[in-house]
Design a protein around this ligand. Sequence first.
Ligand code: GTP
Ligand code: K
Ligand code: MG
Length: 429
Amino acid sequence: MGVMEKIKEIEAEMARTQKNKATNYHLGTLKAKLAKLRNELLIEQGGGGGGGGASEGFEVARLGDARVALIGFPSVGKSTLQCQLTGTESEAAEYEFTTLTCIPGTMHYKKSKVQVLDLPGIIEGAAHGKGRGREVIACARNADAILIVLDAGKEGLNRHREILENELETVGIRLNERPPDVTFNKKKMGGIRFASTVPLTKLGPDPEKLATQIMREYRITSADLLVREDITVDQLVDVIVGNSFCTVVRLISVYKPCCYFYNKIDTITIEEVDQLARMPHSLVGSVKKRYNIAEPLEDDPLKAMIWDYLGLTRIYTKRKGNQPDLAEPVVLSAIRKGTTVKALCQNISTQMLRDFNFAMVWGKSAKHSPQRCGVNHQLEDEDVVQIVTKTNAQQRQNKNYQAMVQGFSDKYHKKKFDAKKKKQGKLRG
Ligand SMILES: Nc1nc2c(ncn2[C@@H]2O[C@H](COP(=O)(O)OP(=O)(O)OP(=O)(O)O)[C@@H](O)[C@H]2O)c(=O)[nH]1
Ligand SMILES: [K+]
Ligand SMILES: [Mg+2]
């Protein structure tokens, strides 16, 4: 039996099974099995897209400070939108599936560079490989944020939004959610230890039993699980799958910010526009008529929304005694490496972090200006930072220390190596 059939069978069984306390474990196990099979499907087709997983025409070098993917049905205006945002010439036309591969472009906004990926349209069933759906969704997985584009004039619009969300959810892309507050440590032995700090109302009468059962499905026999919020069965499955044998990153659930652009509002009535404008995470507009997206204007609402969802932070660095460099901020991403002083140092150079002594911070994140901060200090947009490196004496001390540690390590390895040789010699002798 193929993976697809197995999935269908389990889905059918889940549909057959009534939801109640008695079937809770059974359903939980089925969900775990389903997650496993979907992952298998992803590997089989090679389109999971963890890093280099993308297929022909879809490999695009990562450029800029962050990346956003345009996802939507065919002919909703994704390519037209991308041209407007980035000036890239991605072909746009009336017929469906005009775009067949991934076309990158760069959007300049607030002195940062955001890579915008124009993609082929997807249809229902994309996650299971319809059209080039799998490749498109793999690109979405690799992006820092997703912009879902919808045609406001199309019938069944709300249904469209749901279908697109489902396609992404199916391959473990969680939209506008944060990871559940759960600590999971897999161990070599000791059995399964389960604890929670809050009442768990969604995991049935015996959450521990359920967790054990799901872990068994993934051959985990020893682990510590500490749950700090009232999670659902799906979230529990996610945590366990994410920590199971599959070390391949692409199999693990990813959490992505996602916003929605209702395009072509020039084709609907003002009452309809008013309704759409109230949808969560959404913006209405028209690329053709330049509603809410007006190029020469730096701060058009669509660019502003994309920026917000990407969680970018501009940091102006300065040298001692000089003015900060306002022309070229270092742009940090909350989604990628975070917005701490450490992330800033790493962004500048690896040496910078090694020589870091403390940072002087001016701006919103500082309690008083300037504030002396360590590497874990959280920076905010438009902060000014001066990094003070260790003095030569401190650096020398540090180098000596490192040399000493290295010496210990070398000695240790030499000892181990000698022992191994001795053993081999013995065996031979
Ligand atoms: N009325 C109206 N038409 C628009 C608007 N934006 C784009 N279009 C038209 O919609 C059609 C499809 O645009 P595309 O940009 O090719 O759409 P797409 O989503 O990239 O399509 P595929 O690549 O085929 O998936 C074109 O004829 C555009 O001129 C808009 O705001 N209003
Ligand atoms: K089109
Ligand atoms: Mg297109």
